[in-house]
Design a protein around this ligand. Structure first.
Ligand SMILES: Cc1ncc(COP(=O)(O)O)c(C=O)c1O
Length: 363
């Protein structure tokens, strides 16, 4: 037997691979009938996108365009910025990894609110940097004053998320503007807008005004959520030229596949179809929130395609009751439960199970 010694990067020592425990558990138990744990869209891709990607299938033996030029130009056109202000990648998680690898290293700090998107700690550690987390307020909002107070000479990046995962809360634009203006010159802010289309009930062209004057802000978006392309892995960032130039250097070669590029371009051209779907998600979200509240459960108002229930001591038990009924949710003991807006039958199954579970309980 050969004996190999190797050194793992120190920042990875306390982490497991992304959702490794979850996939081990899933292998041993029954498969859930409905998955409301990953904030996916409960609808198939837009019909025009599904039809359009068929034309790319015969070319799968060829590498995609390494620069994803057509998608980069389409995104730039949509945002009304120059193509060199855009970087595309394999999901917005992939683009965020590029950003952190490009801007951070050992000894550097990345500040963000917590609880937050559970890939942030891992991606920061992959870059060799250190996470500095700041608790959300009681209402599930970013505590911008507390975040600003944690920014030091070591801070390279601040990540903000609006609408926020997992609470669905939005950072008010005036406050965001003031926060961005208050940061020192050496800090780049990443505004993660993975769910912004749900908040706006569409994806209107142009960059939000708040981002234009703030020279060190990068906006991060995805085709995984509102556009329903999570399985294809494609997202983008837009920001200052110099930042985007360095972010493109850390990309995995050919990271955006041919199908993903084509589907994303087609998606951007389908604003009307998108708006129709987002309206149906908003209606389903309101109905689900109402029915959960009728069971006595606290539900935060959400601008995204999920709901957050701040029930720290009942989260695990909620998750078990849902799983027993065949519905997966994201339960984080000590924090709460996140439920994605899904198909009507998934909501009915979940609510039927919770009706039993919640009887006699106080939250
Ligand atoms: C806040 C947030 N940002 C980014 C992502 C990454 O999405 P993707 O890599 O599919 O674009 C997610 C996914 O759940 C998310 O919740």
């Amino acid at each position: 037997m050969t004996h190999t010694t190797y050194a793992e990067r120190g920042t990875l020592a306390d982490l497991t691979a992304y959702r490794a425990e979850e996939s081990a558990r899933a292998g041993s138990g029954p498969r859930a009938a409905h998955d409301l744990s990953s904030n996916e869209l409960a609808l198939p891709p837009l019909p025009s996108v599904l039809a359009g990607v068929q034309s790319e299938l015969p070319r799968l033996g060829r590498y995609p365009d390494p620069t994803a030029r057509e998608l980069t130009e389409a995104v730039a056109g949509h945002l009304r910025v120059a193509p060199d202000q855009v970087a595309v990648g394999p999901g917005s998680a992939g683009v965020l990894q590029q950003i952190l690898l490009a801007l951070c290293g050992p000894g550097d700090e990345v500040v963000y609110a917590w609880p937050g998107f559970d890939a942030y700690p891992l991606l920061v550690a992959v870059a060799g940097a250190t996470s500095v987390t700041v608790p959300l307020t009681g209402s599930g909002h970013h505590d911008l004053d507390a975040l600003a107070a944690r920014v030091t000479g070591r801070t390279k990046v601040v990540i903000l998320c609006s609408p926020h995962n997992p609470t669905g809360t939005v950072i008010e634009r005036e406050r965001l503007h003031a926060f961005l203006r208050s940061l020192p010159e050496h800090v780049v802010t990443v505004l993660d807008e993975a769910y912004v289309e749900f908040e706006r009930c569409g994806d209107p062209p142009g960059l939000p005004d708040v981002l234009r004057p703030a020279g060190r802000t990068v906006v991060l978006r995805t085709f995984s959520k509102a556009y329903g392309l999570a399985g294809l892995r494609v997202g983008y960032a837009a920001g200052p030229r110099e930042v985007m130039a360095t972010v493109r250097k850390t990309a995995i070669p050919f990271g955006v596949t041919r199908l993903a590029e084509h589907a994303a371009i087609l998606s951007l051209g389908n604003g009307a179809e998108l708006r129709g779907r987002l309206a149906s998600v908003a209606a389903a979200r309101s109905e689900l929130a109402l029915r959960l509240r009728e069971l006595g459960l606290p539900v935060l108002p959400s601008q995204a395609n999920f709901l957050w229930l701040p029930i720290p001591s009942h989260a695990a038990s909620f998750g078990r009751a849902a799983a027993a009924a065949g519905v997966r949710v994201r339960a984080v003991q000590g924090q709460g439960v996140r439920v994605s807006v899904g198909a009507p039958e998934a909501h009915d199954m979940l609510l039927a199970a919770l009706g039993q579970w919640a009887r006699g309980m106080r939250f």
